[in-house]
Design a binder for this molecule. Sequence first.
Ligand SMILES: C[S@@+](CC[C@H](N)C(=O)[O-])C[C@H]1O[C@@H](n2cnc3c(N)ncnc32)[C@H](O)[C@@H]1O
Length: 284
Amino acid sequence: MVNPQEINADMEAFWDGQGGRTWVARQQHTDTTLASVTDALLTFAAPRAGERVLDVGCGCGAPTLEFARSVGPAGSVAALDISGPMLAEGEARASSAGLANIEWRKADPATAPLDQYDLLTSAFGTMFFGDPVGAFANMRHAARPNARMAIVCWRALAENPWVEVPMTAVARHLPPRAEPVPHAPGMFAFADPEHVAGVLTASGWAAPQFEKFDIDLDIAAGHGLEEAVVQSMQIGAVNSWLRNQPEMVVEGAIVSLREALTPYVKGNGVFLPGAMWLISSRPI
Ligand SMILES: C[S@@+](CC[C@H](N)C(=O)[O-])C[C@H]1O[C@@H](n2cnc3c(N)ncnc32)[C@H](O)[C@@H]1O
């Protein structure tokens, strides 16, 4: 049984290292693919002028910048992440956009002392916590009495063909893999509403509300099939699966990936269904 400290150390090694650098390199593409998710999160969270926002797992900060614009100069965003390269990218983007109301901070929100906030948000960041109850309890302590939470997470793999199709295509070139551990930290850790409700209610939050958000994601970001293949190879599980594999295996996997994505090509896009939860709660 791996303990939360080990999970957090592994996560930090990935996001603060090569994983984070790859995300920075692919960020423009990823932001385009996820632009409507950012819009949906903003509408769902409804940040108000003057509010203080805590954005955890902010990464390169596409949603962070929008929250900063929404709260305006009288408000502010504390943007926390464990990835130095991604934070540096976010900070550079904020600076070119002339946004001075974001504090970029390399810290783990599970354990770091936090300033008070009105709105806790995260776009695909909370699923990676090694100890989610500890993390949400720590964040709960800094919530103002009328604070609210609005986060977005992935639903199950089977509901997300944009991930499942590339994984299935590549898996046939590799030895069988162990079944994933339910709720283990990672992309789909918050897919099960019962598990999320358990985590939140155990850490001082009200029983959460779940809203489905479904959308066809253009994994090519408007740049055609080959870009979709590259993106699928670089971001997500397929990347770690193919690391250190012989060239012949990687070449075979690319051919299968291209074949599997071809039916989803529409113009310059490659559109596959994505399924998310928009989750809200408040401190109790
Ligand atoms: C999928 S990315 C999402 C980034 C960003 N929110 C976006 O929408 O572009 C997940 C982010 O969570 C961060 N992360 C992972 N574990 C974390 C932890 N324990 N504390 C804070 N951030 C974490 C990663 O470094 C990464 O930036």
